[in-house]
Design a protein around this ligand. Structure first.
Ligand code: SF4
Length: 487
């Protein structure tokens, strides 16, 4: 149910306060006071932020001053959000698992606390106290930070690379990516491969001074391309950007690849693949429009193992429509029997674009929290540890996505992209490049157009837009704010 809400606050605060409202009320529609069911009022007074909703209020002092204008703005918004959070919590009696955190990576806040000189345990406590995190979420952050701290930090001049293949065999009902159904887009795959190669060739000469570290080929479903098409893309990337040591291809849906594709990936040096079941329940697979069975997942995984893939990730989703805790348990047990090196546990986020949302068949589950806890326990039982985490809007139960890895098997690319600790040069429709500047914690982005047709027509322009990020720059990275020693 969408709630009509009015926010009375300065304009710059509206998006942040709306995010806090969504934490408690789910989907909202902003409107004027006369049409609203309820109003959230924010005002500055007595050196702080006062918020009030339905007769319940909270006050948060402005507190710490930022080191520069950007940080000052961030702290200002943070205090306003905390005041809104306090008022909403008092009114609804609810306690979201991640407390007042919206629009910020939880790990970033944890590392901010560490950078202030706090020990890991103190940082954990500061997040519970300052942002009202549930203790188990703060403990999870501490565990993840510990895992990341044990990984080698990116060195100066290192970059990661991403190639996006925005095609899928069919479209899953929960999908909100700009992935194109192959049944409609088959004639575009060849021009797309040409455009991708052109974009990479136009960027490669100016990246000569940098050291590629990881290449990640994602989608969509990269294996939706034909074997020769994907082989051409991989050959080109290897020739243009030599030296990367982690090479991931999301094989993705088990119905999208066979032995020929796996063999080609192995020959090209791919050393990490994903085989993504999402669930091992055939009825759910049918319901969400994935045209493969659990058996096909098993066969695909075994085929990959037989060909010698030693690092395989499996993705699963919690909170799928109709699934209970028992279904999730059955999926986790089936995956445990395969012993993958990586497990990525997503909590269903139904974005506006997905068919699932449009159909009104929401997958919201009261059990979402229990599912997340179960996945944590089962991953631990598989000998894995959580090593990265991110949150999205519209996630069931306001929860999180977590990547788990067996010891020594964490994916460096995933940590790099989630924590924004290394520049990321991204090719293909919808791909977003990010560049880090050594002068501070500044990150610039260069997004490519999302539409496949437009991308094909404008690939050279995308390359030029991206090159502007690094041309004239020294190889650099963010100052290490995580207590890590540069290599
Ligand atoms: S395989 Fe992934 S990208 Fe493709 S339609 Fe399904 S969810 Fe979307």
């Amino acid at each position: 149910m969408t709630r009509r809400v009015c926010i009375l606050a300065q304009e710059a605060l509206l998006p942040d306060l709306a995010d806090v409202l969504r934490l408690f009320l789910g989907e909202i529609e902003l409107c004027g006071a006369e049409a609203a069911e309820v109003c959230l009022r924010h005002e500055l007074r007595d050196g702080g932020h006062a918020c009030e909703i339905a007769g319940r209020g909270a006050f948060v002092p402005q507190g710490a001053r930022g080191r520069d204008e950007l940080e000052q703005k961030r702290f200002f918004k943070r205090a306003a959000k905390l005041a809104a959070y306090g008022a909403l919590k008092s009114w609804t009696g609810l306690h979201p698992p991640w407390g007042a955190l919206t629009g910020i990576r939880p790990t970033r806040l944890f590392f901010e606390q560490r950078a202030q000189g706090k020990a890991a345990k103190e940082a954990e406590e500061a997040l519970i106290e300052g942002f009202d995190l549930l203790p188990e979420k703060a403990a999870l952050l501490r565990e993840i930070a510990g895992e990341q701290g044990a990984l080698p930090a990116p060195g100066p001049g290192e970059i990661d690379l991403y190639i996006g293949i925005p095609f899928c065999k069919t479209r899953c009902s929960y999908c909100s990516f700009a992935a194109m159904d192959l049944r409609a887009g088959a004639k575009l795959t060849e021009p797309y491969v040409e455009a991708l190669i052109a974009e990479m060739r136009l960027c490669a000469p100016s990246l000569k001074g940098f050291a590629p570290r990881c290449l990640y080929v994602g989608g969509g479903t990269p294996t939706a391309l034909s074997v020769p098409q994907l082989a051409r893309v991989l050959d080109e990337a290897r020739a243009l950007f030599p030296g990367f040591w982690e090479f991931t291809v999301e094989a993705g849906r088990p119905d999208s690849f066979g032995a020929g594709m796996l063999k080609m990936l192995k020959e090209k040096g791919v050393n990490r693949i994903s085989v993504n079941p999402q669930t091992m329940n055939d009825q759910t697979l049918l319901r969400i429009g994935r045209e493969h069975s659990a058996q096909e997942t098993l066969r695909a995984f075994e085929a990959a193992r037989e060909l010698g893939f030693a690092r395989i990730n499996m993705d699963m989703i919690l909170g799928l429509p109709g699934e209970t805790l028992k279904d999730v348990e059955a999926t986790l047990h089936a995956l445990a029997a395969l012993s993958p090196e990586n497990l990525t546990v997503h909590t269903l986020a139904i974005k506006r674009a997905s068919r699932l949302r449009q159909s009104g068949e929401t997958a919201h589950s009261e059990e979402a929290s229990a599912m997340v806890e179960l996945a944590y326990r089962e991953a631990k039982a598989m000998g894995m540890r959580p090593y990265y985490l991110y949150r999205q809007k519209y996630m069931a139960g306001n929860l999180e996505n977590v990547g788990y890895a067996a010891p020594g098997q964490a994916c460096a690319y995933n940590v790099g992209i989630m924590e924004e600790i290394i520049p990321n040069v991204a090719f293909g429709a919808g791909a977003i490049s990010k560049w880090l500047y050594a002068s501070g914690s500044r990150i610039e982005r260069a997004p490519n157009v999302k539409s496949v047709e437009e991308y094909i027509a404008r690939a050279p322009e995308m390359a030029a837009r991206k090159r502007a990020l690094w041309e004239g720059q020294d190889p650099c990275r963010l100052p290490d704010d995580k207590g890590r020693e540069p290599r």
